[in-house]
Every structure is written in structure tokens, then in C-alpha cells.
Design a protein around this ligand. Structure first.
Ligand code: SF4
Ligand code: SF4
Ligand code: SF4
Ligand code: FES
Length: 965
């Protein structure tokens, strides 16, 4: 296990539960505990002060992730001058206080309380899943309990039935000591309020609200209650099955852009459970169902662990050695270049892979392929963020830490659904709302945040899909014309001419809420109210997601958001800012690492000769000065016959990119597709070389989350396929005649740091020291940069950009009268390759089409019916969910299951600046049907055939590969 020591006390922060949360106060209070002195921040509990001294006070209902509750009476102390025996968890320290934690009277009191607990507890410690890690057991030992005078025959709860309905944890009420920690964890940490204590006194029991059991209840399976439970009452099934873990390694979640830090708790080489790390700077000990529980895919039988090759995609696969696979791939890629030219091949990096792996793939493309045909899956999600923020603020990244939200007074969430897609940040945001911050939601759907428990949105502007820029201009109009601009900020920090032009532009009558509100489908009064609240409500922060970027005007909308923040002075300090919520774990990192065809690492343009020369010297090659192909250009070129070979690491373009039939036609037109992945994903079905990928548990590296936070990923088990992904890329590079020499990913990071000005202070040693670091991290900011643009913008003066609203070409008409928008759901992740192979399917086993009751009724559609959905791009069939979550005229689906074909429907329309696809606006018609679509039938037949070819793969017998020619 990794120890993190508090420099002041030398206590291992990972090992100690301080009983109550830390307090943040400048005022220090001195007291004496058992003859020793200590100073702690005002507001600290006596229990925490004692723990900081290394003194253990027995406790059951207290834990340092939750506010004290004071119910168990185990933590009693004596305090000079104070009557009775106060609970140390609920008693704050005061100046000069003298505390005694161990006296004969206290020992008797504590033993008496413990006797009561034990008289109603099954004494099956030896066979209990918590044995060795049970706080009740520990405290019984601490208080020296030797007998239970009441016997075990009185009224008790020992026969109560277990609830095993949740796929990941059990609830055994016979072991419950009603300490309330689970209820408080669900409220304070997660913000779901799914648990209550029902009944009174002896009848008190934990109950999950909204259902008969945990699975059917409102519980979202975040696991906070399981972590908080001091006994085996709430226990991970994996621990029940495998026993208590023996060691732990700190690593980072490989799902979303929150980047939660976890302790991977191991028994030998087996992962037993993932426990969110309470010192994790992005998550502070919290997690969601994906990171905590959905890791079973890593050892799923579908994993492909041997390299494979084949000449044609209708040939059976042949298992070969790594050497044979990369030699074959390299010879094919070189053959293609010889025949079709240097630019006929390219590579795609993945936002799921580490920074080091991504860096290597772009290096391989630029140095070994000899062109700049490298792109990343961030193309299809946040490329407009990179472009829009660079233009306005000067840096392609969000401006804040997640913790900054705790200083926000007004929170504007636009085109994002944090409680589903960034759940741990969603919980933090809800905590701030419960403290009184105001919320504005701009989204076509009624997302959970709009009316979650104790955290309702002040305003929900349910705009029509595709009208973000109109909405942002209308908001800007109100701010400018009603005199709400922070002129002092603008004068000091922004380019005056650009501001004057922007201000004149947004002030025009055609940008008023009265005009644009009609286009957005939102009352002008609501837009005015939102603008006033954002501009005058104190610290105002904007959080946005793919609902902003994935549009034909995605980059324009990002610039519109930056304009609003600059105009109101809401940037450059805590509690404000422009915060893109990145979808995948390493979207920020894959962009930082030079994955775009026009940029070298650190967002420096490939045409910049000085920068290029630095890389040329370091890599010992000549680099091309012209940008290479973006992903959509690669597809076009493939269909045009000039792009024939692709190296695709960890990205499933055949499922995740829009207009599936276009993508698969492009893949089919290529002569060598090399896929490096952990499963035979949709893209791999079109591949000629398969290199087994490694899961995040099988490699070292770093991920960079949505707050620019670089965190370590640490290997906890050997790669099932024999190589970590970075080693696979090294093997391919060597086979191409461009050997790269690294013994460990830390050496790759050292090279990144040498060549990237914003990373010069980053190394594995500095990451281990700090826990994590937010870039820029260099001589000017050796401890990293939590908040950007504090004194000036990265580009110097902030630049307002004109954001004329141009309606998308994708229009509804008589044939396609509804607008489809797409999104994610909590339990599934992106293309679903990982989460579909876990018990998360218990919550979401298929993609459904949400449709408003009015639209459903007029089409004769009922809940659960099969419905055909057709657009100008294609047709598919899903089952209907009739709900008022979507407005009339709008339908919505997720895209987690390949057979649903959500991207068969989406079109080739894309952002004007970055080609980010317009996933969020597709004109469609929906009708009741009884059969799968033609595409689905073709997909199923092709997929079945590919699985047959996989099942029939020939095993290598140590000889040469037999590739049919
Ligand atoms: S798992 Fe999370 S949401 Fe469910 S009851 Fe426990 S704390 Fe609440
Ligand atoms: S389930 Fe666990 S945490 Fe909840 S009240 Fe019972 S013992 Fe305490
Ligand atoms: S999926 Fe996101 S919120 Fe959930 S545990 Fe992983 S990083 Fe955290
Ligand atoms: S730990 Fe203080 S009352 Fe329970």
C-alpha cells in the first residue's frame, strides 16, 4: 500500500480514520489531551485532535468522511470543568481544554455500551466476511470486552433476511448496529438520499427508499454506504467471495474524466475490491458504480490475449507471436506506403490510454510513418473545447479544479449531465447546491439535476437541440444591454477592440431573448432571468459537456461560453471559470500529448519551425510541416482510395463515430487495419492485425482528468496479453525500423517533460510526492496550477469572439419531424465495451429511445414497444421509453450497445472548425415496428460471422504465420 504521510504529524493519512472531517480555519486552538499538547484548527472535534496525536478513542458511528452524529456513545471522554462524559466526536476543541480519554470510569461506560451491541450481534466472527477488518470487532478489543452479562437470548435481529439483490454488495441486517453511517454517506457524500432508518428504538432498521430491496430502490450503487459501514452489514460481494484483501496500490479510475483515485485492494495477483482513496484530490474518497464496482471486464473471458493476423477480413484469425504480428503489420504498412505513398497510412490514439501511450502513438506516426496523419477520439467529443478556449483564453483546457465549485454561488450547467456522466463531480455539485448555490440548467432534457433531492434548479432552459449559440447570444445580449458587464475586469484583462465589436454584435435587436428565445423554444423571460442570475449572483461558474461541443457550431458555442465568463469577470479565481466536463478518463491528456494532426505535444502548431526542430532533434527524424488528416478525412480518403492503412489503439471508431455505415465502408476499403484493444470490438471486426491491449490494471502511466490533473496509473497485475500497450507500440515501432528505447513509462514522461513547456515539472517522482499535479507545472508553477488565468490570460489579453448563430443544415421536415439527441447513462460507459461485460447491465441492458407521451401517442407507441427510427443517414430499431424527460418534438437515446446502432442514425454534419460530429442534432422519424432494421440484420450477420472467425482461429504452433494471400 502507498503511504501518504502528514508532514506535521508523520501519520499515514491512508491508514488512519480521524473520526470527523478536517476543519479549514486560520484560527488555531491549543488543548491538552492525556498530558500532551496539540494545536488544531478551530472547529476540530476532540476526537480528531486526539487522533492527530496518535491517540485512539473508540468509536462506531463516527468516520472522518462524515459529519459527526453522536449516536453510539462509545467515544465518551472526560473534560476538566465539563459535566458528565461528552462524546468526543461531537465536542469541538476549545482553547486550554484538558481532555482525558482513558480513565477507569470511561472504560466501564464503554464496555457497558459494547455489551449491548454484542448481545444483539451474531458472533460468527470467524466466518464473517469482515473478519480482520471489522470496526465492531476492533472496538470490542479496544474496550476489553470479556463477557456479555445480558446473554444472547433476548429480543434480537439475528434472523433477519439478507438482501442480496444488488449485483455488487449484500445487506445483512442481522449485523447492523444502526450507527447511521450508511444513511449519512448516502446523503452527505453521494447526495442521493436513498437510505433511511425506519422504525424507532429497537425496531430501527436501515431501509432503501423507493423499492423493496436495494436493486429496485433509488440507490445508484455508488458504494459510499458500503465503504462507511463499520461492520459486515453492507459488504462487497467480491470480499464475501474472495476474503479480505492483503495489500493495496493507489491508481486512477479508467472510466470518466473525473479521474477518481482508488486503492486497488489485492489478494496475491487478484483484485478484490476498488476503494476510493480518501486522499484522492479529484474525488476525496468518493466514487460511482463504474469505478468502484465495474472492473470485472478486465478479466472477462472475452479478453483476447494473443496477437492475431489475417489477410482478409473474411479469413479466420490466426494466433501468432508478438514478433510475427508486428512484423506482419509493419511489412503491410510499408508495402502500402510504397504503393500508395507516404500519406496513405495513419494512426488513431485513444483517450482511454495513458498519456505515455498516446504520446508514443503520435510519435510513431510522425517519426516512423513519416506523416502527421494522427488523430484522437477527442476529435469526436471535445475538439471544439480545445479550439474555442485557445482562441479566447489562450489555453485549450478548463480553468478550474473540481473543488472550485464549492466556492460558486451560481452554477450554470449547459449540455452536460454530471450525475450520470461525471457522477462524483455531480455529487460535489449537489453538495454545493444544498449549501445554497443557485443552479441554471440549459439542456433539452430534464436531467436529474433539474430536480434532485434538496438541490433543485432555479431555472431549466429546455432549448431545442442545435440552438446553443442562439441561447448564448441571447444571454450575452441581456448582460450587455442591461449594464451587467464587469467593465473593470474587461478593461483590465481583455482586448478592447474585440470587446467593442462583440458588445455591439450581441446588443443588436436580432440577438435579444425575444427574437432568439423563439428559435430556442425558451421564454424570453427565463433567458433574461438566467442572464441576470449568472451576471449578478456572485461567483458564477459554467460547466459544459458534449451537449455544447457536438454540434455544427460546437466551437462557436465554446467561444460564446468564454465570452460570457470574460464579460462578467467570472474567470481567474476560485468558484468561477469555464469548465469542460471531459467524457473519457484521458480526453484532456490525449489532446495535451499532440494527438491532433496539426499540433505537437503542448498544443504547438506543427508548422512552427522552431518547435518542430526541437522534436526533430529529440526524435532524430525530419518532421512534415503540414497538418495531417483528421479522422473524418481519413475515412473520406479511404473511400477515395488514397488512405489504406490504420493503426488504431484503444478506440472503437466503428461504434463511436457518426454515420456507422460510412465508417465501416471506409474501414472495409483499407488494406491493413491494425487494432490494439482488449476485446474484439466493432472496429476489430474489420481488422487485419489484432494486438492484445492491456487494461488500466496492467500498466503504469498517467491520466489527465478534466481539471488538468495528472494522476498516476499503477500496475497491479501483469498484462494478460504479455505487453502493456506502450510496449506494443514500441514493438511496432521497432518492426518499422524506428526503435524507441524506454524501459519504463516514467522515461516516456521524462521525455514529454523535456519537450513540453507546460509539463517541465512533471515526473513520476514529483507525482508521487504531490499525489497528483495540475498542469501547467514548470519552474513558474512547481506545484502545478489549480486555477488558470489568475492575473492575465495565457494569451495575454482575453479575446472576445463574434459568435453569429448559424442554424444547422440538419433540419426537421415533414419526413423527419423529430430531433434526436444522444447521451450517456450512469451505469454504462461510452461504447459499452467495458460496462456491458459487467453486472452493470442489471440497470441498463439495452439502449432505449426516450419519446414524449404526446409524440408517442400520435404514433401509437406505448412503453416498451419496438420503434423504428430513421434519419437521412440510416435506420435502426430500439425499444421505446415514454417519458416527459424529453420535450415534445425531441427524442433521445444512449449509444452503449452496438446492436442498437445509434450512430447509424447520426449524420456526417460536423463542427465548422474542428469536424467534431454533430451527434446532438439529427432529424428523424419514429414509428412502431415489429422487425429489426435492414442495417441491424446485416450487422448481426456480419458480427456473427466475425465471432465465428474468431472462434475458429488457428493457434500458432511456433512456426511461421500462415496468412492466406
Ligand atoms: S450505494 Fe450509494 S446511492 Fe446506494 S444507498 Fe449506498 S450510498 Fe446511497
Ligand atoms: S448498515 Fe452499516 S452503516 Fe448502516 S446503520 Fe447498519 S451498521 Fe451502520
Ligand atoms: S467513472 Fe468517473 S466518477 Fe466514476 S469512479 Fe470513475 S472517474 Fe470517478
Ligand atoms: S463515535 Fe462518537 S458517539 Fe459514536
Amino acid at each position: 500500500m502507498i503511504s501518504i504521510f502528514d508532514p506535521a504529524t508523520d501519520i499515514d493519512l491512508n491508514a488512519v480514520d480521524f473520526g470527523t472531517p478536517a476543519r479549514d480555519s486560520q484560527v488555531q486552538v491549543s488543548l491538552n489531551i492525556d498530558g500532551r499538547s496539540i494545536s488544531v484548527p478551530q472547529g476540530t472535534s476532540v476526537m480528531r485532535a486526539a487522533a492527530l496525536l496518535g491517540t485512539t478513542i473508540p468509536k462506531l458511528c463516527a468516520t472522518d468522511s462524515l459529519e459527526a452524529f453522536g449516536s453510539c456513545r462509545m467515544c465518551l471522554v472526560e473534560i476538566d470543568g465539563m459535566r458528565g462524559y461528552p462524546a468526543s466526536c461531537t465536542t469541538p476543541v476549545s482553547e486550554g481544554m484538558v481532555v482525558h480519554t482513558q480513565t477507569p470510569k470511561l472504560a466501564t461506560l464503554r464496555r457497558n455500551v459494547m455489551e449491548l451491541y454484542i448481545s444483539d450481534h451474531p458472533l460468527d466472527c470467524l466466518t464473517c466476511s469482515a473478519n480482520g477488518n471489522c470496526e465492531l470487532q476492533t472496538v470490542a478489543g479496544q474496550v476489553g470486552l470479556r463477557e456479555v452479562r445480558y446473554g444472547y437470548d433476548g429480543a434480537n435481529h439475528l434472523d433477519e433476511q439478507k438482501d442480496t439483490s444488488n449485483p455488487y454488495f449484500d445487506y445483512d441486517p442481522s449485523k447492523c448496529i444502526v450507527c447511521n453511517r450508511c444513511v449519512r454517506a448516502c446523503e452527505e457524500t453521494q447526495g442521493t438520499f436513498a437510505l433511511t432508518i425506519s422504525g424507532r428504538g429497537f425496531e430501527s432498521r436501515v431501509a432503501a427508499a423507493g423499492g423493496d430491496n436495494f436493486l429496485d430502490s433509488e440507490c445508484v450503487s455508488c458504494g459510499a454506504c458500503v465503504q462507511a459501514c463499520p461492520t459486515a452489514t453492507l459488504m462487497e460481494k467480491s470480499v464475501v467471495q474472495m476474503g479480505q484483501p492483503e495489500r493495496a496500490v493507489i491508481t486512477t479510475c479508467a472510466y470518466c474524466g473525473v479521474g477518481c483515485s482508488f486503492r486497488a485492494e489485492m489478494k496475491g495477483e487478484q483484485l478484490v475490491r476498488m476503494v476510493p482513496d480518501k486522499n484522492g484530490q479529484a474525488n476525496h474518497g468518493h466514487s460511482c458504480v463504474k469505478g468502484r464496482f465495474a472492473w470485472g471486464y478486465a478479466t472477462h473471458p472475452d479478453r483476447i490475449t494473443k496477437p492475431m493476423i489475417r489477410k482478409h477480413i473474411n479469413d479466420p484469425w490466426q494466433e501468432v507471436s508478438w514478433d510475427e504480428a508486428v512484423t506482419y503489420a509493419a511489412s503491410e504498412l510499408r508495402r502500402i506506403q510504397l504503393k500508395y505513398g507516404r500519406d496513405s497510412i495513419g494512426g488513431i490514439t485513444s483517450s482511454r490510454c495513458t498519456n505515455e501511450e498516446t504520446y508514443l502513438v503520435q510519435k510513431l506516426v510522425r517519426a516512423a510513418f513519416g506523416n502527421n496523419n494522427v488523430d484522437t477520439c477527442a476529435r469526436v467529443c471535445h475538439s471544439p473545447t480545445g479550439y474555442g478556449l485557445k482562441q479566447t483564453l489562450g489555453e485549450s483546457a478548463g480553468t478550474q479544479s473540481f473543488d472550485s465549485v464549492m466556492q460558486a454561488d451560481v452554477i450554470l450547467v449547459m449540455g452536460a449531465n454530471p450525475s450520470d456522466a461525471h457522477p462524483v463531480f455531480g455529487s460535489q455539485l449537489k453538495r454545493r447546491l444544498r449549501e445554497g448555490a443557485k443552479l441554471i440548467v440549459i439542456d433539452p432534457r430534464r436531467i436529474d439535476l433539474v430536480d434532485s433531492v434538496h438541490a433543485r434548479a432555479e431555472l431549466h432552459l429546455a432549448l431545442r437541440p442545435g440552438t446553443n449559440v442562439a441561447m448564448l447570444n441571447a444571454l450575452a445580449h441581456v448582460i450587455v444591454t442591461e449594464g451587467l458587464v464587469n467593465q473593470a475586469f474587461v478593461d483590465a484583462r481583455c482586448e478592447p477592440e474585440a470587446f467593442a465589436q462583440w458588445s455591439a454584435f450581441v446588443s443588436r435587436a436580432d440577438n435579444s431573448p425575444e427574437v432568439l428565445g423563439a428559435i430556442c423554444g425558451v421564454p424570453a423571460a427565463d433567458i433574461r432571468a438566467a442572464a441576470r442570475l449568472y451576471a449578478t449572483g456572485g461567483n458564477a461558474a459554467i460547466y459544459y459537456g458534449l451537449g455544447v461541443t457536438e454540434h455544427s457550431q460546437g466551437s462557436t458555442a465554446v467561444m460564446g461560453i468564454a465570452n460570457l465568463a470574460m464579460a462578467t469577470g467570472n474567470i481567474g479565481r476560485e468558484g468561477v471559470g469555464v469548465n469542460p466536463l471531459r467524457g473519457q478518463n484521458n480526453v484532456q491528456g490525449s489532446c495535451d500529448m499532440g494527438s491532433f494532426p496539426h499540433e505537437l505535444p503542448g498544443y504547438r502548431h506543427i508548422s512552427n519551425q522552431a518547435v518542430r526542430q526541437e522534436f526533430e532533434q529529440a526524435w532524430n527524424v525530419t518532421l512534415q510541416a503540414d497538418p495531417g488528416l483528421r479522422i473524418p478525412n481519413m475515412f473520406e480518403a479511404a473511400l477515395g482510395g488514397s488512405f489504406k492503412g490504420l493503426y488504431c489503439q484503444g478506440e472503437d471508431i466503428a461504434q463511436s463515430d457518426p454515420n456507422t455505415q460510412h465508417v465501416t465502408a471506409a474501414l472495409s476499403a483499407m488494406e491493413c487495419v491494425v487494432v490494439q484493444d482488449i476485446f474484439l470490438n466493432e472496429t476489430a471486426k474489420f481488422a487485419h492485425v489484432f494486438l492484445p491491449g492491456s487494461s488500466f490494471l496492467e500498466k503504469d502511466g498517467t491520466f489527465t482528468n478534466a481539471e488538468r490533473r495528472i494522476s498516476r496509473v499503477r500496475k497491479v497485475m501483469e498484462p494478460l496479453g504479455g505487453k502493456a500497450d506502450w510496449e506494443g507500440t514500441l514493438a511496432l515501432a521497432a518492426a518499422l525500423g524506428y526503435p524507441m528505447h524506454y524501459n519504463h513509462p516514467s522515461e516516456i514522461m521524462d521525455e514529454i517533460a523535456r519537450l513540453t513547456p507546460t509539463f517541465t515539472g512533471v515526473s513520476y517522482a514529483s507525482l508521487d510526492r504531490h499525489g497528483s499535479l495540475q498542469w501547467p507545472c514548470n519552474a513558474a508553477a512547481p506545484d502545478g496550477t489549480p486555477t488558470m488565468h489568475i492575473d492575465e490570460f495565457v494569451r495575454g489579453k482575453g479575446r472576445f469572439m463574434l459568435t453569429g448563430y448559424v442554424p444547422t443544415d440538419e433540419k426537421v421536415n415533414g419526413r423527419y419531424p423529430l430531433l434526436l439527441t444522444t447521451g450517456r447513462i450512469l451505469s454504462q460507459y461510452n461504447v459499452g465495451a467495458q460496462t456491458r461485460r459487467t453486472d452493470n447491465v442489471a440497470w441498463h441492458a439495452e439502449d432505449r429511445l426516450e419519446i414524449h407521451p404526446t409524440d408517442a401517442e400520435s404514433r401509437g407507441i406505448n412503453e416498451g414497444d419496438w420503434v423504428g427510427i430513421g434519419s437521412r443517414a440510416g435506420q435502426t430499431v430500439l425499444r421505446a421509453r415514454v417519458t416527459e424527460r424529453v420535450a415534445p418534438g425531441v427524442v433521445y437515446t444512449t449509444f452503449h450497445f452496438p446492436e442498437s446502432g445509434a450512430n447509424v442514425i447520426t449524420t456526417d454534419n460536423s463542427d465548422w472548425a474542428t469536424n467534431c460530429p454533430e451527434y446532438k442534432v439529427t432529424a428523424v422519424e419514429v414509428s412502431r415496428v415489429y422487425h429489426p432494421s435492414e442495417w441491424q440484420k446485416r450487422y448481426q450477420a456480419f458480427s456473427d460471422e466475425q465471432h465465428r472467425l474468431l472462434d475458429e482461429r488457428r493457434r500458432s504452433r511456433g512456426g511461421k504465420a500462415e496468412v492466406r494471400r
